[in-house]
Write a protein of this length. Structure first.
Length: 154
């Protein structure tokens, strides 16, 4: 089976929430901002963003959101691949597909927040062109776990 990367469709809501809850609860704790986004993905879509889903056959195995934060600026958020399929390059495929979608949407800048304990994710972001931004140069994050900030010009 091949991994398929596609945009969010009706019916993806539960998978988007479950995939994200799985990884957040494994490493951190769900925060109020997580609940707002995960319980209502239409909020992302209706504000001009997009959610990319990764499927293996009929199984939704990963996702990533593009949250519109400016005219041509998007935050990469809620990116994950289910534990069962980590280590197979699916995270790279999801992120690359999300970056491609951002380009199609006319994005000029991508921004993300992560945690310093997530070394494999940081290495992936760096390998695809994201660069570190000092914390003092970014708007304070609504997430307590965010301590690494990165951006990429398109």
């Amino acid at each position: 089976m091949n991994l398929v990367i596609r945009n969010f469709r009706p019916g993806d809501e539960d998978a988007f929430r479950q995939l994200n809850e799985e990884w957040i609860e494994r490493y951190f704790r769900l925060e109020e901002k997580d609940r707002e986004t995960l319980n209502n993905p239409r909020k992302i879509l209706d504000a001009g963003g997009q959610i990319v889903m990764a499927l293996l056959g009929e199984e939704r195995v990963g996702c990533c959101a593009l949250i519109r934060i400016g005219a041509a600026e998007y935050e990469i958020a809620k990116m994950t691949v289910t534990d069962k399929y980590r280590g197979r390059g699916f995270g790279r495929a999801v992120l690359a597909g999300t970056i491609d979608e951002a380009r199609r949407m006319g994005a000029k800048l991508l921004y993300l927040e992560t945690n310093s304990s997530l070394t494999p994710a940081i290495t992936l972001y760096e390998s695809l062109g994201f660069r570190h931004v000092p914390a003092e140069l970014v708007v304070p994050s609504p997430y307590a776990r965010a301590d690494v900030f990165m951006k990429m010009s398109l």
